[in-house]
Design a protein around this ligand. Structure first.
Ligand code: NDP
Length: 397
């Protein structure tokens, strides 16, 4: 029986809140706090089952978060606000001695460069305080990292090649929309590509490398090599990896819109003066694009995300594919939001459950692949994200 504080009331926050409310035996009291109180209240009313308290907080402001934590006294803070808030929320957790969990690594606002170094630097401070921080417990990073840990534990003696494949085979009926926070999403996918090979990072131009990959129940989709944050921790934690890459599907229409957005300067993250006021074009764009949390109603189709791995077992080469397919409609019927928010929020809730029930233990800062994957893999299907696996199949990569 534990109290949990959820910060962030977007699409992902809605799913985390809904799932925590479904499990009172672990989450005995739930507080949902965010910058805009009315968004917390809507979520509490629509999916809270009468079990969610709400509060307003600006999570960029450490004393405000500290005050809220001291008032509510949670055992764990689940951070599903934006990556910019990771460090202030971690600072507040340190000051109050409360555990921390998030789904995306920190990036500074003025530079679109996400890396774990800022959060890993908190390891000793968390350890000394006797608390834990769980980093990257959404789907990717999150479940993909746990799939890799599961494969390493049960299917391989050595991992050699890892390809994380992320397909959104759904259609939301809009000309252009992002599936999670537009500002964060566009910063991520307009960056240069990067992958790990033979002990070093290789950089590519954005979307330079493309392959047609076949996804279960969806079919063949153009898949582009991009950099994704879990690669950084996985190559550190699995040093036998000779190569690690991340692939994401994009349709031609999506890429055309993205190119136009960049060409006309709307992806800029430096301020421009508009009528005497500093405006950051990408921040402004977020307010004219569809709200990702509201795409669910007309979204059809499925996501399919998984890990395709080659390595050695008992002296022989082996291939292994582990994945989940998630239906946008099913996610919407259950929580009122689409599969991208759903596939992020469910693992965040389950990761929180792992911490609170002491299935995941430790003092310091950890990426999820550092914990035992088994209790998580046993439960994730029951909470809505069942996984499938196939050994010795053609991985296409
Ligand atoms: P949204 O933009 O829908 O929601 C973000 C929420 O955070 C909003 O409620 C917003 O408030 C709130 N917020 C922003 N700034 C502050 C602040 N300073 N203080 C308090 N609250 C704040 O994003 P999503 O729900 O789509 O995504 C949430 C997180 O999940 C992101 O970090 C994203 O990167 C991550 N993610 C991770 C994935 C994974 O698989 N690991 C996949 C998808 C997303 P307001 O409404 O006032 O703006």
């Amino acid at each position: 029986m534990s109290k949990v504080l959820i910060i962030g009331a977007g699409g992902v926050g809605r799913v985390v809140a809904s799932k925590c409310a479904d499990n009172p035996e672990v989450f005995s009291e739930i507080m949902l706090a965010s910058r805009t109180l009315s968004k917390c209240q809507t979520i509490a009313r629509e999916v809270g089952k009468g079990r969610i308290q709400t509060a307003q907080v600006n999570a960029d402001n450490v004393p405000e978060v500290v005050e809220l934590i001291n008032r509510f006294k949670p055992e764990l803070v689940i951070n599903v606000a934006l990556p910019y808030q990771d460090l202030p929320i971690m600072d507040a957790c340190l000051e109050t001695g409360v555990n921390y969990l998030d789904t995306a690594n920190y990036e500074p606002k003025d530079e679109a460069k996400f890396e774990y170094k800022w959060q890993w630097a908190y390891h000793d401070k968390f350890k000394e305080k006797g608390i834990m921080a769980v980093l990257g417990c959404g789907f990717d990073p999150g479940v993909t990292s746990i799939y890799t840990a599961y494969a390493a534990k049960h299917h391989f003696d050595e991992l050699h090649y890892l390809d994380i494949v992320d397909c959104n085979g759904g259609d939301h009926g809009k000309a252009f929309a992002t599936n999670f926070n537009p500002e964060i999403n566009i910063r991520e996918i307009t960056q240069k590509g990067k992958y790990w090979e033979n002990g070093k990072w290789i950089e590519t131009e954005p979307h330079e490398i493309k392959k047609e990959l076949n996804y279960p129940e969806i079919g063949t989709r153009d898949s582009y090599l991009i950099f994704h944050e879990e690669l950084e921790s996985l190559v550190k934690n699995y040093p036998t990896l000779k190569r690690a890459r991340f692939w994401m599907t994009f349709g031609q229409e999506y890429l055309t819109h993205l190119r136009v957005i960049q060409n006309i300067g709307m992806a800029r993250i430096d301020p421009v003066k508009y009528k005497g006021v500093d405006v950051i074009p990408l921040e402004f764009l977020k307010y004219v694009l569809p709200d990702p949390g509201k795409l669910g109603e007309h979204y059809v189709g499925e996501t399919s995300i998984g890990c395709r791995i080659k390595g050695i077992k008992d002296g022989k080469e082996k291939t292994y594919y582990v994945w989940n397919n998630c239906s946008h409609q099913k996610a919407y019927k259950e929580t009122g939001t689409q599969a991208v928010s759903y596939t992020t929020g469910v693992p965040a809730m389950l990761g929180a459950m792992m911490v609170l029930t002491k299935k995941w233990n430790g003092k310091g800062v950890f990426n999820v692949e550092e914990f035992d994957p088994d209790p998580f893999m046993e439960k994730i299907g029951e909470f809505g994200l069942p996984w499938q696996e196939a050994a010795n199949v053609d991985l296409e990569l």
